[in-house]
Design a protein. Structure first.
Length: 496
């Protein structure tokens, strides 16, 4: 029925998964919705909203009658799509459950609770890098229990032994920077130099007009139902639909607002400012604040804040990429993937990141080229390049980025973007090297400024120091962390 991976979750298993979990008034994601067994249980037991993904078209049609479906393939869902959720409850395909649970962890907002079942071999037999990675995340941020053969009496039976995984993503839930500044009164002010007054007015008029038409159609549908109820055994009416599924008024407003903000960002070419964090913030705001008027004053205020907080947002992007690169240093106990090239106290001139290009074996490619750049590190390299453009006074739209450079590149060969030399491998890893030593210095200077490291003025190195410095830049050369106050020995830099 449907496909070989479809095993609906029995009610008793769902109850065990959610035993002790607080789902009341929570927004929850079900990544492999199936025909909605978990979705129905969550909604019947107090969840505020459930959103889902489902790949199979027939199952997706059933699921769309029960909740909002945000994607066909869960692995295509991005963090900005789910930044407003409180919890993830999942029964992923057992054949690659590690991939699905890791993706759930990567895109989940800070503080999100993840509850999943999987084949117990996924957590006990950690033969692959992804299973090791999942095992380390569970060890440090959660737990698992073996719940045995719990599908033997299910709708579709299987003798697989099952594990129940619980993870809480570290960090507190992020409070969006846009909350609290909107005002109810609309003041028609002239453009503030960011966007044309007429363009904003036209956009708001279109939004308001669309909502009015929706209301008119709803009223017409009620009238039609009243008129036809005496003639037909089945009720007839009209509705706004998406993929043949009726859209509620609030969902319609959400989609209109999201489309409006996307139009604004595209029109202003503000992609240069839009880090993953900013997209997450805007999505979360629209999802949670549906009653806020989409007014001209609110739009101008949003644009003022986006531009005015660029420096702070780029600082955040710098620290995020610093943390992600240094996470993968050789001795790090929290991650199975670590390399001597990656240092734990600064971003070296050379560094490595995993999951950057899609491994050839995943797509059955037999050629030695890749053209699918996925940056599963949360868009870190893209945000990294935007931050580098900002601190170096460059226009992001005019810079050759890694994403723009990747076009059927050959595995194991070096290519060059504006800031980096890079090389992709079939295992998904990508090696990077700063093209400019000055840019490398500036980046680490900014890390030191943000984190409060003690940086002294650069001084001329002795021949011995220069020799040691050159050695430290060779691949896989282990380097001990510097002592307090000796940061300038690693590379020559000036304090801004």
């Amino acid at each position: 029925m449907f496909n070989s991976e479809f095993f609906p979750t029995p009610t008793e298993v769902i109850e065990r998964m959610l035993h002790g979990e607080d789902i009341q008034n929570k927004v929850i994601l079900e990544p492999s919705g199936g025909h909605g067994a978990i979705v129905t249980y969550l909604l019947d037991n107090g969840a505020k909203e459930v959103i889902a993904a489902e790949k199979h078209p027939d199952l997706r049609k059933i699921l769309q009658t029960k909740c909002r479906v945000i994607a066909d393939d869960f692995l295509d869902v991005k963090s900005e799509d789910v930044s407003h959720i409180d919890m993830i409850v999942m029964n992923p395909p057992f054949s690659n459950a590690d991939t699905h649970i890791l993706h759930a962890y990567n895109i989940a907002p800070n503080g999100c609770r993840i509850v999943a079942i999987c084949n117990q071999e996924t957590v006990k037999n950690t033969y692959s890098a992804s299973r090791k990675n999942l095992g380390n995340i569970i060890e440090n941020y959660g737990n698992y229990e073996l719940i045995g053969d719990c599908f033997s009496d299910a709708e579709r039976k299987t003798g697989a032994l099952v594990a129940l995984v619980r993870i809480t993503k570290p960090g507190q839930s992020y409070n969006t920077e846009f909350e609290g500044f909107f005002m109810d009164d609309e003041v028609e002010e002239q453009a503030n130099g960011i966007m044309s007054y007429n363009v904003v007015r036209d956009l708001v008029n279109r939004y308001v007009g669309a909502i009015k038409i929706y209301d008119e159609q709803l009223a017409a549908a009620v009238k039609m139902n009243n008129l036809t109820s005496g003639f037909y055994s089945a009720k007839m009416g009209m509705a706004i639909t998406q993929d043949h599924v009726p859209k509620s008024r609030n969902d319609f407003k959400k989609e209109m607002q999201k489309s409006g903000w996307k139009f604004i960002f595209d029109k202003l070419n503000m992609g240069k400012y839009a880090t993953c964090g900013l997209r997450d913030d805007i999505n979360k705001f629209v999802e949670q604040q549906t009653e806020v008027p989409f007014t001209m004053k609110n739009i101008y205020r949003m644009l003022d804040i986006v531009v005015g907080t660029t420096s702070a947002r780029m600082d955040k992007a710098i620290i995020e990429v610093f943390d992600k690169v240094t996470l993968h240093h050789h001795d790090n106990k929290f991650s199975p993937k670590g390399w001597k090239t990656n240092l734990h106290y600064l971003v070296g001139k050379k560094f490595i990141l995993p999951y950057m290009v899609s491994p050839a074996k995943e797509y059955g490619y037999t050629s030695d080229t890749y053209n699918y750049f996925r940056d599963a590190n949360g868009g870190s390299i893209t945000d990294f390049e935007k931050a580098l453009c900002y601190i170096n006074g460059l226009n992001y739209d005019e810079v050759e980025t890694v994403r723009r450079s990747v076009n059927r590149n050959t595995y194991g060969e070096w290519y060059t973007s504006h800031f980096f030399k890079y090389k992709g491998y079939k295992n998904g890893n990508m090696h990077f090297e700063f093209v400019s030593e000055d840019v490398w210095h500036k980046f680490n200077q900014n890390v030191a400024r943000i984190k409060g490291y003690p940086l002294f003025e650069g001084k001329e190195k002795t021949p011995r120091q220069q020799q040691e410095f050159n050695k430290s830049q060779k691949p896989f050369q282990k380097k001990e962390a510097p002592k307090q106050g000796s940061f300038n020995v690693l590379f020559e830099m000036e304090v801004n």
